[in-house]
Design a protein around this ligand. Structure first.
Ligand SMILES: Nc1ncnc2c1ncn2[C@@H]1O[C@H](COP(=O)(O)OP(=O)(O)OP(=O)(O)O)[C@@H](O)[C@H]1O
Ligand SMILES: [Mg+2]
Ligand SMILES: [Zn+2]
Length: 512
C-alpha cells in the first residue's frame, strides 16, 4: 500500500513543495523516515506514532516507510507532522487517496493528536497557490494567515480527527475567509505621539519628510537633548500607507519569524528600533535554524539605530551589503537563504563622547577623542546615508514659543502626495520609492538640464564625491522635486540634495 500527500518547506521567504510518500508493507514492524531530514523532522516519527495512537488509530504491525522528496532540499521545522500522519492513514485506507492530490497539508502534532500552529504558513500557502494546488489544510490557529492568499481554499483544522473527516468529505466544508479591506481599516495611524510636539528643528523635520517620502537613509547628528530620538519615534506617524502587495511581502517575513501573532497580515509599515547591544545574527538574520533578522523585519519600513556609535562596529558594518542590495544572503552548508531587507535606515548620534563637538565652549574632548568617536562610523557606511542632517541645540526662547508646529497629519499629506507621484511614475516596474532606482533608471527618471548638471559637477569635484554619493544625490533631488510636485528637477532641488550630502564633511571632513 502506497500513498502520497503534499506539504511544503520554507526556503528563504518562499515555500518549496515537498511530497510525502508513505509505503506500508509486510515485514518486521518498523517506522522509518528518510529524505534529508533535520532533527525536528526526524522526531516527527515519534510524535506521529503517539498522536495517531491517542487519536484512536491503531496501526497494524507493518513496515512503514515515509519518504520526503525532493531529496536534495533540507527539510526543517515541525510542519511535516500532519502530512506524514495523513499519508500513513491514507496508506492504511482511512482517507480517500483522491483528495490528497490537490491538497497541501501543514501542521505540527502534539502527542494527544491536536494540531499546533507553525511558522511560515503564509508563504507556504502562497507557494501552493502558485503551484496550482486547489486547497490547503493548515492548523486552525494559522487559518486566517493562510486565508489571506486569494485563489486557493484554506481550511483550518484542530486535530488529526478533524483533518481526516475534512479530507473524506471536503465538499461539505466551507473554507476560511478573511475580510482584507477590514484588516486595513484603522491601521493608518493610531500612535499617540505627534510631530507638533517637537519645537523648532525645522531643517531636521524637513529632512525627515524628504527621507520618508522617498525612503532615503538618514543620519541625524547633534548634541544631547536636541530631539533626535524624539523625532525618530514620530516617523511612523507620517509614513506612507501600505499597499496590499507590500503588506503581503512584509507579512511573509513575519510569518516565517513567527511574529504574525494572531494578525492575518501586517498592515502598517514596520518601524524597528533594536537596542545597541544587539548581536550580528539578530540584526541581519541567520542562526542554526535560519531566521530573518531585524533588517528583514524592517523591510519596506524603518530600521532605527539610535546612538549609532554605541553599536558594535562589526555589527553595523555588516549592514553595508544589505543597504546596497536591499536583501541579505545567508550561506549554510546545505543551502543559501535570501531574505528581503529593503529598509530605510534612520540613525542618530552625538558627534563626540561628551556630545557637544564642535561647540568648543562645551566640548572638552581632544581632537583625537573626537576622531576616534566619529571613526566608529566608517566612510563606506557614511556614504550610504543619502541625507545627513544636524540637530541643533534649541534655546530657551524657542522652547517657550507658543508658535504652532505642524502636525503629523499635515506632513503626512505631503508625503502621500509624493508617494502617489512615485507610484504613478513607476507603475508596473516593481519600484515603489525613489530610493530603489537603479543607475539605469536614474538616467531615465532624474534627467538634468545643463544648469543643474553644472551645479552637480561643481559639487562633485569640490566635495570629492563618490559615484555612489552622486547617484544618491540625484535620487534625493528626485524626491524633493516630487514633494514640490515638479516633474523637472531644478537647481533648487539639486542644491538642497547636495546640502544634505555636505554636512558630513563638517564632521568627517579634513578639519583635523
Ligand atoms: N525640539 C524639541 N521640542 C520639544 N522637546 C524637546 C525637543 N528636543 C528635546 N526635547 C525634550 O528633550 C527630551 C530628550 O530629547 P531626545 O531624547 O530626543 O534627545 P536626543 O537628541 O535624542 O539626545 P541624545 O543625543 O542624548 O540621545 C525629549 O524627550 C523632550 O522632552
Ligand atoms: Mg537620543
Ligand atoms: Zn566632546
Amino acid at each position: 500500500m502506497f500513498s502520497k500527500a503534499y506539504s511544503a518547506v520554507i526556503h528563504g521567504i518562499d515555500g518549496l513543495i515537498v511530497s510525502v510518500e508513505a509505503d506500508v508493507s509486510d515485514g518486521l514492524p518498523l517506522f522509518d523516515m528518510v529524505g534529508l531530514l533535520n532533527s525536528e523532522v526526524r522526531e516527527a516519527r515519534e510524535r506521529v506514532r503517539i498522536a495517531l495512537k491517542n487519536s484512536g488509530y491503531m496501526l497494524p504491525a507493518k513496515r512503514i516507510t515515509v519518504n520526503l522528496s525532493p531529496a536534495d532540499i533540507r527539510k526543517e521545522g515541525t510542519a511535516f507532522d500532519l502530512p506524514v500522519a495523513v499519508a500513513i492513514l491514507t496508506a492504511f485506507g482511512h482517507i480517500l487517496e483522491d483528495n490528497l492530490k490537490d491538497t497541501l497539508i501543514i501542521g505540527e502534532l502534539s502527542l494527544n493528536g491536536n494540531i499546533k500552529k507553525v511558522n511560515g504558513v503564509l508563504p507556504l500557502v502562497y507557494a501552493a497557490k502558485q503551484q496550482g494546488f486547489l486547497r490547503c489544510i493548515v492548523p486552525k490557529d494559522n487559518a486566517n494567515e493562510g486565508a489571506v492568499v486569494s485563489g486557493i481554499k484554506v481550511y483550518g483544522v484542530g486535530s488529526i480527527k478533524e483533518a481526516v473527516e475534512l479530507l473524506n468529505d471536503i465538499e461539505s466544508y466551507e473554507p476560511n475567509t478573511v475580510d482584507i479591506g477590514k484588516l486595513f481599516e484603522g491601521s493608518a495611524n493610531d500612535e499617540d505621539v505627534d510631530f507638533s510636539e517637537v519645537v523648532g528643528q525645522a531643517a531636521l523635520k524637513r529632512a525627515i519628510e524628504i527621507a520618508v517620502s522617498g525612503m532615503h537613509n538618514i543620519l541625524m547628528i547633534g548634541p544631547p537633548g536636541s530631539g533626535k530620538t524624539m523625532l525618530a519615534k514620530r516617523i511612523p506617524t507620517i509614513m506612507p500607507e501600505l499597499l496590499f502587495e507590500e503588506s503581503m511581502e512584509i507579512s511573509k517575513i513575519y510569518s516565517i519569524a513567527g511574529l504574525l501573532d494572531n494578525r492575518a497580515l501586517i498592515t502598517g509599515r514596520p518601524f524597528r528600533s533594536p537596542h545597541h547591544s544587539i548581536t550580528c545574527t539578530a540584526l541581519v538574520g541567520g542562526g542554526t535554524i535560519p531566521k530573518p533578522g531585524e533588517i528583514s523585519l524592517a523591510h519596506l519600513g524603518v530600521l532605527f539605530l539610535d546612538e549609532l556609535p554605541e553599536f558594535n562596529k562589526n555589527t553595523i558594518e555588516v549592514l553595508r551589503q544589505p543597504l546596497e542590495e536591499k536583501a541579505v544572503t545567508i550561506a549554510r552548508l546545505n543551502a543559501t537563504y535570501r531574505y528581503p531587507a529593503g529598509f530605510m535606515l534612520v540613525a542618530s548620534m552625538n558627534p563626540c563622547s561628551c556630545g557637544y563637538f564642535p561647540d568648543r565652549n562645551r566640548c572638552g574632548c581632544s581632537v583625537n577623542m573626537v576622531k576616534r568617536y566619529l571613526g566608529k562610523i566608517s566612510k563606506p557606511l557614511l556614504d550610504r546615508f543619502d541625507i545627513c542632517i544636524e540637530a541643533l541645540q534649541i534655546d530657551y526662547q524657542e522652547l517657550q514659543s507658543r508658535e504652532k508646529e505642524e502636525t503629523s497629519a499635515d506632513i503626512r499629506k505631503r508625503v502621500y502626495n509624493a508617494r502617489k507621484i512615485q507610484m504613478e511614475r513607476y507603475a508596473g516596474q516593481g519600484i515603489w520609492f525613489n530610493c530603489q532606482l537603479s543607475p539605469k533608471n536614474i538616467i531615465k527618471y532624474c534627467r538634468l538640464d545643463s544648469k543643474e548638471k553644472n551645479l552637480l559637477e561643481q559639487a562633485f569635484v569640490k566635495m570629492n564625491l563618490s559615484a555612489r554619493a552622486y547617484h544618491r544625490i540625484l535620487k534625493v533631488a528626485r524626491t524633493i522635486a516630487d514633494l514640490d510636485m515638479s516633474e523637472k528637477i531644478t537647481a533648487k532641488h539639486i542644491s538642497e540634495a547636495i546640502c544634505y550630502r555636505s554636512i558630513d564633511g563638517k564632521y568627517w571632513g579634513d578639519w583635523r
